[in-house]
Write a protein that binds this ligand. Structure first.
Ligand SMILES: Cc1cc2nc3c(=O)[nH]c(=O)nc-3n(C[C@H](O)[C@H](O)[C@H](O)COP(=O)(O)OP(=O)(O)OC[C@H]3O[C@@H](n4cnc5c(N)ncnc54)[C@H](O)[C@@H]3O)c2cc1C
Length: 368
């Protein structure tokens, strides 16, 4: 059996890894480069129990455990570390500052910590690009092929009954099964398959070289600017000495080419002003990346993981929203079980069945 995975983000890489571990031949078709999109630009934050009370809870718990097991299993370093997570707010005036002091000594006095949201037992972080690349490399060591190319359609046998592969850059990549894992660009596949819509939610971020100045404290802060507008700011220090600061989220048009996703200068300027208020560690000369990315979002906020309706041999794994890095290992593991054995044992995929949502286009367009 040979499986073609469309997309070399964290979901494609983890699916490739778990399929190859079962001895299945895999070819990953990626149009830009591995981790080119959100999987290379995310925070990398992981939480054991922050999805409690939602259909994602079991998957998140399973994936949190897999994340801890993977570094020794694969024998690579992608800056996995346990951390503490805090919430709080940023005060604007001296009056408020007199009444409260930051509890974390690396932060400015204007940052007030109110709660501890997670401990090293329940929260962790990875460098998302290094993690995605390491998972892809591990899959390649197990025999997976990585093929550059833009997937533009599904190829079937003449009578339409059997999958023959995918079309990439005008060439057929032969396969017995196909996984659509193109993040928000999976929307393109809704023109070829009975797939629900997937949207892109855009956020800018800054990455600072903070060395050892910032300890393993993730922050979720409420920031009120001069106009009274409240913004949620998130700070993720990683074990390799880099710290990502992100804020703002908006639904702007998704560029057709992932390589052309760039941040807006005004958002980057605002983000830098906010970061500078948080800590002296966030100085302009320490910025090593100004970036933006789109997280894949579905209509009900849950991922699409499973068989594509009315397309035997075609699977989808996308729409992981803010938890794609966290949930990638459990997604890959469960999807590999579904493809190889016909059912997933490790995680119940029923809540993520693509058939629960109405397809974007009622019947597929003619296939190549
Ligand atoms: C600012 C920000 C911070 C985040 N922080 C966190 C966090 O702390 N923790 C967490 O768990 N999640 C986080 N996320 C969410 C996470 O990044 C995403 O859910 C996850 O990366 C999605 O992975 P993916 O593989 O589905 O998609 P993507 O990373 O978008 O990968 C899709 C891949 O498909 C390729 N592709 C597209 N079209 C084609 C085509 N036609 N043919 C071939 N290849 C194609 C693209 O080039 C790309 O490499 C964050 C997201 C953002 C935006």
């Amino acid at each position: 059996m040979r499986v073609a995975i469309c997309g070399g983000g964290v979901i494609g890489a983890c699916t490739a890894y778990y399929l190859t571990r079962r001895g299945i031949n895999v070819i990953v078709v990626e149009r830009t480069e591995v981790a080119a999109a959100a999987s290379g630009k995310a925070g990398g934050f992981l939480a054991l129990d922050w999805c409690v009370g939602t259909p994602l809870d079991k998957m998140a718990r399973r994936s949190f455990v897999l994340h801890a097991d993977l570094p020794p299993e694969i024998g690579a370093d992608w800056a996995y570390q346990r951390m503490t997570a805090y919430s709080g707010f940023v005060v604007a005036d001296d009056g408020a500052r007199r009444h409260a002091r930051a509890k974390l000594n690396w932060l400015s006095q204007s940052v007030i910590i109110t709660d501890r949201l997670g401990t090293p037992e329940t929260t962790a972080v990875v460098h998302p690009r290094k993690f995605t690349s390491a998972m892809m490399s591990a899959a390649q060591r197990h025999g997976a092929l990585l093929c550059p190319g833009r997937v533009t359609g599904i190829v079937r046998s003449a009578d339409g009954s059997r999958i023959r592969g995918v079309e990439a850059d005008g060439v057929t990549v032969e396969a017995d099964a196909v996984v659509i894992a193109m993040g928000p660009w999976s929307m393109a596949a809704a023109a070829w398959l009975r797939l629900p819509a997937v949207f892109g939610q855009r956020s800018p971020s800054l990455v600072y070289d903070t060395g050892t100045d910032v300890p393993a404290d993730a922050l979720f802060l409420e920031y009120r600017d001069e106009s009274g507008t409240i913004t949620m700011v998130e700070v993720f220090p990683r074990a390799d000495g880099s710290t990502l600061v992100t804020a703002f989220s908006n639904q702007t048009a998704l560029p057709s080419d992932p390589a052309t996703v760039t941040p807006e200068a005004s958002e980057i300027d605002r983000l830098h002003v906010i970061a500078a208020r948080l800590s002296p560690a966030f100085r302009p000369e320490r910025i090593i990346a100004r970036q933006a990315c789109f997280r894949p979002v579905t209509q009900d906020g849950l991922p699409l993981i499973g068989k594509v309706p009315q397309s035997e041999g075609v699977y989808v794994a996308t729409g992981h929203n803010v938890w794609g890095i966290l949930n990638a290992p459990a997604t890959g593991e469960a999807l590999a079980e579904l493809i190889a054995d016909g059912a997933s044992r490790s995680t119940d995929l029923a809540p993520f069945d693509p058939a629960r949502l109405r397809p974007l286009i009622p019947s597929p367009l003619p296939l190549s």
